[in-house]
Design a protein around this ligand. Structure first.
Ligand SMILES: [Zn+2]
Length: 287
């Protein structure tokens, strides 16, 4: 009898232990659910670096900073893209965070620079300085002012060491100045960033200045959509393919805010891949 009571007692303890075990497992699963899906994952590292001998195309989409329905279209592109963010616009920081979660996006600082030449009249110069960009490099700035502007622009968007490179938004009079480009290149180097010369004018020496100082640099070879026509964009894309075949790689710039451009990219990128080209990050072409 005594043994029977003891048996029931131990059986009940056993059952309780089993129930407790299940509860602990469930708790564990509950904890898993609390991993913040929006935490900046720096997931760019998940995509392996390219090793292949295929001709490489780095597409840079410029002028991001204001949220529009097109941002979701951009997010739906599964291929490697380089996204250049203008600092200080309404949604620059939010968009950088959103795009950072995509392992197939590399982020750049798209720095507005003075686009007026010295021969232009005072009125147009004033316009450039007081224009719509909170952070802009102008030819009126001295070295320290330039560095301060770059620092402020950088910290206004980048909380995670996410920006891999810098390229110029306009900037004809800045990118033609060796002194100014030297300041910008050195600043980029100190922040672990490469310099991409957008080559918005043929007088730009951004690439040469950086290269001379052994600072990581590359230049744009082709604008894909400076004319808003499907036929034109298709033509520029096949020119980019020919350049990549000839030189091994090409950097091509387009506008992230053009619905037509995104539409063409969505249909053409898979076709270009099927023709044995590879889309890459700009950083992969420099290292
Ligand atoms: Zn731009």
């Amino acid at each position: 009898m005594k043994a029977k009571v003891l048996g029931i007692f131990f059986f009940l303890i056993f059952i309780n232990l089993v129930i407790l075990g299940f509860k602990i497992i469930q708790l564990d699963r509950g904890v898993e659910k609390f991993v913040d899906p929006l935490a900046p994952a720096q997931s760019t590292k998940e995509i392996p670096k390219t090793n292949s001998a295929l001709p490489k195309i780095a597409i840079v989409l410029d002028d991001v900073g204001v949220k529009t329905p097109l941002n979701n279209v951009l997010l739906a592109i599964p291929y490697k893209l380089n996204i250049a963010i203008i600092p200080g616009l309404n949604d620059s920081k939010t968009l950088l965070k959103e795009y950072l979660l995509r392992p197939n996006f590399e982020m750049l600082l798209h720095m507005p620079m003075d686009k007026v030449s010295h021969s232009d009249n005072q009125e147009s110069r004033e316009y450039a300085y007081t224009g719509k960009y909170p952070y802009i490099i102008t030819t009126a700035q001295h070295k320290n002012q330039m560095i301060k502007t770059l620092d402020k622009a950088f910290s206004s968007v980048d909380g995670y060491g996410a920006l891999k490179g810098i390229n110029n938004h306009y900037g004809s009079s800045v990118t033609a100045s060796a002194n100014m480009m030297l300041v910008i290149s050195k600043w980029a180097k100190s922040h672990g960033m490469y310099v991409l010369d957008s080559l918005s004018t043929p007088h730009s020496i951004a690439y040469e200045v950086a290269k001379k100082r052994k600072i990581k640099a590359i230049y744009n070879e082709i604008f894909l959509d400076n004319i808003n026509s499907e036929e034109y964009i298709l033509g520029q894309l096949s020119k980019a393919q020919r350049l990549a075949e000839r030189n091994g790689h090409v950097v091509a710039i387009a506008n992230a805010n053009s619905e037509l451009t995104l539409k063409v990219l969505i249909t053409e990128m898979p076709r270009i891949i099927s023709e044995n080209f590879e889309f890459v990050f700009v950083s992969e072409l420099i290292e």
